[in-house]
Ligand binder design. Sequence first.
Ligand code: NAP
Length: 280
Amino acid sequence: MKSRSRESKSLGNFTGTLVLVGAGKMGSAMLDGWLVRGLKPKHVAVIEPQPSKPLKALARRGLKLNPKGKTAPASAVVIAVKPQTAPEAVPPLAGYAGKTTLVLSIMAGRTIGFLEKSLPPGTAIVRAMPNTPAAIGRGISVAVANANVSPRQRKQATNLLAAIGKVEWVSNEALMDAVTALSGSGPAYLFLLAEAMTKAGIAAGLPAELAGNLARETVTGSGELLYRSNLDAAVLRQNVTSPGGTTAAALEVLMGPGGFDEILTQAVAAATRRSRTLAG
Ligand SMILES: NC(=O)c1ccc[n+]([C@@H]2O[C@H](COP(=O)([O-])OP(=O)(O)OC[C@H]3O[C@@H](n4cnc5c(N)ncnc54)[C@H](OP(=O)(O)O)[C@@H]3O)[C@@H](O)[C@H]2O)c1
């Protein structure tokens, strides 16, 4: 088994101000992760119309909540508002974007081009796509940078995103549609798998509650096994499949014509197309 200790890149040395715009589900998960990594509340400013109780408590420990007055360039600005809020939320951030500021956006579908139009020329921008397991620090984000991002800022973006899970980089922004379709929407595919397994168990004669528990524990336990293992998914699958056995009988159906591979390929292609359309 791999020892997958969470990357503990310290943010204790962070200097200047980190401005978080939008402290909803994702923004709060990121903020929690940054604080765990040693970021001091006094280095954080949060813009959030409806601050939660924990956010207000952090404000009493030095975090600046909805700062008023003239804005000064920040070290980093993290944009975590809904994509539809972007046209009103992003332009006012121009005052925070100085020559050395990193702007990191996790808004689905909002392109680097959109952000460049709303921010001063020359702004260093990273666009990233995380996924829902970020809420428990087990997400995966894929990031892409514009030409203004320095190696130091790239490292800084990796550090900020590492607070909610693993980080991958691509150099071609067009890949973000497929990324959205695979890892962005992917958690829903796994939840659907658990639902479908529950229904299949009931159809095979199991009581509903037992079927639900078996499906849930099988999906989550197998996910954890895959996470901790050095082996590929294909090898783990082969390891639980004896020739002529029960698993083999099921896999003949799942891997046959119209099976998992085909359906998932079609599903991911449909999500990729939708992501392209939504991004315009
Ligand atoms: N959730 C995911 O799994 C996921 C995955 C990938 C990417 N993302 C991206 O992450 C971003 C945040 O998603 P989320 O699920 O965290 O959404 P969310 O829970 O709705 O959080 C957005 C927050 O921004 C606040 N807000 C609205 N207008 C604002 C403004 N003008 N300035 C500052 N804050 C403002 C909202 O406050 P109000 O509630 O008062 O409007 C809310 O608290 C989205 O762009 C989404 O595409 C999310």
